[in-house]
Design a protein around this ligand. Structure first.
Ligand SMILES: [Zn+2]
Length: 300
């Protein structure tokens, strides 16, 4: 999911390969330019191979990312991984099939298989540009999956760690960590100056663990990353992580207090959402406040 809702009319979710930046030697980000439903995409090059992190949404965006990766990687073999299964992060993977080794964690692969087609259908309703980007999308299975919390990839002179903790923003969120360079790709566990996406769509999709999500952010802070590449928004440092975590913990506490006072979810949304919006005047995608409140309201 990204920073839009079924009621908004988002612009075309086009990846712009011209928005590529080399943030460290051999570490590239195709920046999202703060366009809704465009993620920050990573291309990480070693001596022997290159890793692509996320594809953009739909085959045309995926092709742009694959072309950029080939330009940068030359003859080196490619590996593709995703931060999570959501459409704007992974629904361009089909063009990588056969052109890269596709490598996910098992929970992410399973969630893609359970929910992927449903998300194509839901996203098509988000507007004509989104439906057009998804035209021709075929969901593909990874070439390999890993079990457990860690998969280490040796790209040749450069090690990359894929780390996962289970259910948080999705069932299979994965960060990409370059321990030597201390660069962290977070996926949508952290977005920058964008209200966190709570994909709380009961009864179809209601798999979130906000407490675990906040714990993961605390662990990521403890790694002391030098550069944080959020799922969406501008690059920065650990302040991106703490801002998201503190927002979530604060909102969870406030919703619990309102529940204790006897209010139902609708009443809490009405009372709290405008305040929360006003407290973050420069954050985008305020429609996600309501989803977060409704999620937290189910916990107490
Ligand atoms: Zn996203």
């Amino acid at each position: 999911m990204s920073e839009t809702s079924a009621n908004a009319a988002p612009p075309a979710p086009d990846v712009d390969p011209g928005a590529i930046k080399e943030i460290a030697p051999g570490v590239f980000v195709i920046c999202d330019r703060r366009v809704p439903l465009v993620p920050n995409i990573g291309i990480i090059v070693g001596n022997d191979a290159a890793l692509v992190v996320d594809t953009g949404m739909g085959p045309a965006n995926g092709q742009k990312v694959l072309d950029a990766a080939k330009r940068i990687a030359g003859q080196r073999p490619l590996v593709l991984t995703l931060t999570h299964f959501h459409p704007e992060h992974g629904f361009g993977a089909q063009v990588f099939k056969g052109a890269a080794k596709i490598h996910y964690n098992r929970a992410q692969r399973d969630e893609l298989q359970r929910k992927g087609e449903g998300y194509v259908g839901m996203f098509r309703t988000f507007g004509a540009h989104i439906a057009a980007a998804l035209e021709g999308t075929k969901l593909v299975t990874p070439d390999e999956v890993y079990d457990g919390a860690l998969s280490t990839i040796d790209l040749g002179g450069r090690t990359v760690e894929l780390r996962t903790w289970g259910l948080a923003h999705t069932a299979g969120d994965q960060v990409v960590w370059l321990p030597a360079e201390r660069i962290l790709f977070t996926g949508d566990l952290a977005e920058e100056r964008i209200f966190p996406i709570f994909p709380w769509f009961p009864p179809d999709d209601a798999h979130i663990d906000g407490a675990h999500w906040a714990q993961i952010l605390t662990e990521l802070v403890s790694w002391n990353p030098a550069i944080v590449v959020p799922g969406h928004g501008d690059l920065g440092g650990i302040e991106i992580l703490t801002a998201v975590r503190d927002y979530m913990l604060d909102l969870g506490r406030r919703v619990a207090a309102e529940r204790k006072a006897g209010k139902d979810a609708d009443a809490i949304v009405a009372a709290l959402a405008p305040k929360v919006r006003a407290e973050h005047p420069n954050w985008a995608a305020p429609e996600w406040i309501d989803f977060a409140i409704r999620y937290y309201a189910t916990l107490s």
